[in-house]
Design a protein around this ligand. Structure first.
Ligand SMILES: Cc1cc2nc3c(=O)[nH]c(=O)nc-3n(C[C@H](O)[C@H](O)[C@H](O)COP(=O)(O)OP(=O)(O)OC[C@H]3O[C@@H](n4cnc5c(N)ncnc54)[C@H](O)[C@@H]3O)c2cc1C
Ligand code: SF4
Length: 496
């Protein structure tokens, strides 16, 4: 039977679309299977009920999380998470690739270094920043995080007055605020009050979906089609992907020379487990960052919920402090929650009028704590054939989160907050930064993939989504996933 393509890619998010685009650019026939649809812009575009409460652009599967079935906040349309993300595309520190420097007592020796160094990925970070049009200021001081050698492809949006005050006040206190590098085209951005979590109405916020459209003749995207399993031949080698058309229920087997998994750190291990793959680490070591949210409440109205404020980052405590030498990661702006999400998070007894008074006076920030891998945190299939996620943060992650929340409250107080509320998104639904479930490494005893992203023992299967990451970094994962997908495309394309 002739092959359907040189490469079949499962999933069209940060990893899948970036990989597919690069392989097609290198002249390969590429077929992308995507479970979701191309998302039609709703009217009104910023409909909080449709987007964040009914979760229409999110993955519509029910996944049992710690015993309770939930629909998770993970992109379920073409573009995956990047159709909805905040687009903060941050480079991690070179020492993020050497976790042993921060956690030697807590991690097995095999995880002290990633199998590649930051320098190996550096050229691909630059390429990804260009592909996604990252807007930032190359003169900003990112502390331990590296700057692009040739600057950013675009200038950032003007800083909102609320953020100007935040930055100036904190500079006076000796901190180093910087403008978040964002994959947002300032010339097309409407600077809406809500941005992450919603489909962008102008396309200013660059989604991986834009890499697939218009598609060149050698790149085909089949939507609404769920890859169910790899089909194995008599020798146990994958030689097809079985997928189901979700509208007709028809099943088709797609064949290619290489199979590249990019269904996300929850979707890809589920597919491998369903295919009968038995590596003991498949689905284990699921990570997602511990993200303490601190909301500053100011005496005067800021109306930050009516403006674009996700603009500022701090790395002052990235590797801890003199008194507390533990990695604490990035602090960054967060948009003010909409009225419905605020209602969902607040105690039931608080009156609506009080919440809207608070909302007009709030400014949130969020920390990104690098949660450590734990094999008990895992994705699997339950006995009832339902996807299942078991996850608990370790006391060490929570303690670092508590410390970082204290520093974050200090940032807001420097800017005039009367008091701060500390909370976090319920870990049960917010799985945006999912990673780690098919980690790469040098030894099949400690990793599912080798340094090239290829499955140990299955030379024609690769993974390029967030599942490859052995540790979760102190910044958002999207830019690293994109850069790694570009790197792996250069390895896979010459093989087919
Ligand atoms: C609201 C939100 C805000 C975020 N903000 C940021 C940010 O500011 N900075 C940052 O770095 N990161 C951010 N993220 C995280 C970032 O978007 C993800 O890390 C990134 O998209 C993950 O890429 P991926 O390739 O692993 O998977 P995804 O982008 O999730 O793509 C997986 C794709 O596979 C498809 N799929 C799943 N199963 C199957 C199957 N069986 N068959 C076919 N297709 C399948 C899914 O529908 C999806 O399209 C955010 C995420 C969200 C949801
Ligand atoms: S703020 Fe800009 S990038 Fe965000 S949704 Fe609005 S137009 Fe798009």
């Amino acid at each position: 039977m002739p092959d359907d393509a040189d490469v079949v890619v499962v999933g069209s998010g940060a990893g899948g679309a970036t990989f597919a685009h690069e392989c097609a650019r290198l002249g390969k026939q590429v077929l992308v299977l995507e479970r979701g649809q191309r998302y039609a812009l709703p009217r009104p575009v910023h409909d909080e009920q449709a987007m964040l409460i009914d979760k229409t652009p999110y993955d519509d599967r029910r996944i049992e999380v710690n015993g309770r079935a939930r629909q998770l906040y993970m992109g379920g349309v073409v573009g995956g998470g990047t159709a909805l993300y905040g687009a903060a595309l941050m480079r991690p520190s070179a020492d993020d690739f050497r976790p042993g420097k921060s956690y030697s007592a807590l991690l097995p020796r095999a995880l002290w270094e990633w199998p590649i160094a930051y320098e190996d990925l550096e050229p691909f970070y630059s390429e990804a920043e260009i592909l996604f049009g990252v807007a930032g200021d190359g003169d900003d001081d990112f502390g331990p995080l590296p700057r692009p050698r040739n600057g950013f492809p675009q200038r950032p949006l003007p800083v909102h007055p609320v953020n100007q005050r935040l930055m100036e006040a904190n500079r006076r206190h000796g901190l180093r605020p910087f403008r978040l590098p964002l994959a947002i085209d300032p010339t097309r951005c409407l600077q809406c009050g809500v941005c992450p979590g919603y489909i962008c109405p102008t396309g200013a916020r660059r989604s991986a979906a834009q890499l697939l459209e218009p598609a060149p003749a050698n790149l085909r995207v089949v939507t609404n089609t769920e890859a169910e399993r790899l089909v194995l031949n008599g020798k146990g080698e994958p030689d097809g992907v079985q997928a189901v058309d979700r509208s007709t229920g028809q099943r088709v087997v797609y064949r290619a020379r290489r199979y590249v998994l990019a269904a996300g750190a929850i979707g890809s291990p589920l597919l491998l487990l369903r295919s009968g793959m038995t590596h003991p680490l498949i689905g284990r070591n699921y990570m997602m960052h511990y993200s303490p949210i601190v909301i500053g409440i100011f005496r005067r109205r800021l109306d930050a919920g009516e403006a674009f404020v996700k603009q500022v980052g701090f790395t002052d405590w990235y590797f801890g402090t003199k008194d507390y030498a533990h990695k604490l990661g990035l602090v960054q702006s967060l948009p003010v929650p909409g009225p419905l999400m605020l209602r969902k998070a607040a105690p039931r007894w608080l009156p609506r009028t009080f919440l809207s008074m608070l909302r007009a006076r709030m400014l949130p920030l969020v920390g990104i704590i690098e949660d450590l891998p734990n094999p008990d945190n895992r994705v699997s299939w339950g006995p009832d054939n339902q996807p299942r996620l078991q996850h608990r943060f370790a006391p060490y992650d929570l303690e670092r989160g508590r410390r970082l929340a204290g520093f974050t409250a200090g940032i807001l107080k420097h800017a005039g907050a009367a008091f701060c509320l500390t909370s976090k998104f319920g870990s049960e639904e917010h799985v945006a930064h999912q990673c780690g479930t098919l980690r790469f490494g040098n030894d099949p005893a400690d990793a599912v993939l080798d340094a090239d992203g290829r499955m140990f023992g299955h030379s024609n299967v690769f993974a390029v989504d967030g599942s490859f990451m052995p540790t979760s970094l102190g910044v958002g994962p999207a830019l690293t996933i994109m850069a790694n997908a570009l790197r792996i495309a250069r390895i896979v394309a010459p093989e087919c």
